[in-house]
Design a protein around this ligand. Structure first.
Ligand code: MG
Length: 240
């Protein structure tokens, strides 16, 4: 039996926001538009509002992908008669997938697990678009340490649904006592682990930590990769 570590991807091992920033800069400039921190913040705000609309069912996925660029172009007086916003969106997603950014120390951390914890296996358990997630994983070299990837849009079910973890466990093929979920999000990672009755470590905790740990049945918290490594090393050394 192995020690099966299921890692969330974004803001746990990879920095989603940094990739998004790089991709937006490249794509806007290469299409003749300007780019600034202010434009990035406007895009983020617009994107967030549109995702909420999409989740409520009031707009389609195509409208979301069109308007997140169109609305920003209009707001900043950019030439909207130029490239098709949907083409810009495709460029943006492709560019982002080629520009993964590691959380500082993440690569050394996964390498250390593989080299020092006997029988450790590393899995990615992420909500998102598979092409984007897998592209960023490969572009950072993280892929050489990963045993398998579980991405919600390929599985057809997402965290925190226990069904997501049922698929993961089925593919891992080992008992749930050998698995641990590690992630930064209470609402997807920690709640998911609770729903699936898996051990969990909350990475980079914030807010009322004690209260959250009790509410989500969290085993442990780590505020750095060094702390996280020690927790995983101890957990692995206990016979189970
Ligand atoms: Mg995350």
């Amino acid at each position: 039996m192995h020690h099966n570590f299921l890692f969330d991807l974004d803001q746990t091992l990879l920095d989603f926001h940094a990739s998004e920033y790089i991709a937006l800069d490249i794509v806007l400039r290469s299409n003749g538009f300007s780019f600034s921190d202010e434009i990035y913040r406007a895009f983020k705000a617009c994107n967030k509002a549109l995702w909420l609309e999409f989740e409520k069912g009031t707009i389609t996925r195509t409208e979301l992908f069109t308007r997140r660029f169109q609305d920003v172009f209009c707001r900043y007086g950019m030439d909207t008669a130029g490239p098709d916003p949907l083409k810009i969106n495709d460029d943006f997603i492709r560019t982002m997938s080629m520009n993964g950014v590691l959380m500082e120390g993440a690569l050394e951390f996964v390498k250390k697990i593989k080299e020092n914890i006997p029988n450790a296996r590393i899995y990615i358990a992420s909500n998102g678009v598979a092409a984007n997630a897998k592209g960023r994983i490969v572009s950072t070299g993280l892929d050489q340490y990963i045993d398998d990837c579980f991405i919600s849009d390929e599985l057809g079910v997402a965290k925190p649904d226990a069904a997501f973890f049922a698929v993961c466990l089925d593919r891992i093929g080992e008992p749930k006592t050998s698995c641990m979920m590690i992630g930064d999000s209470l609402s997807s990672d920690m709640l998911g682990a609770k729903n699936a009755a898996l051990d969990s470590v909350w990475f980079m905790p914030s807010g009322n930590i004690r209260e959250a740990m009790a509410a989500y049945d969290i085993n442990d918290c780590a505020s750095s990769f060094d702390e996280l490594y020690e927790i995983l090393r101890c957990w692995s050394s206990i016979g189970r």
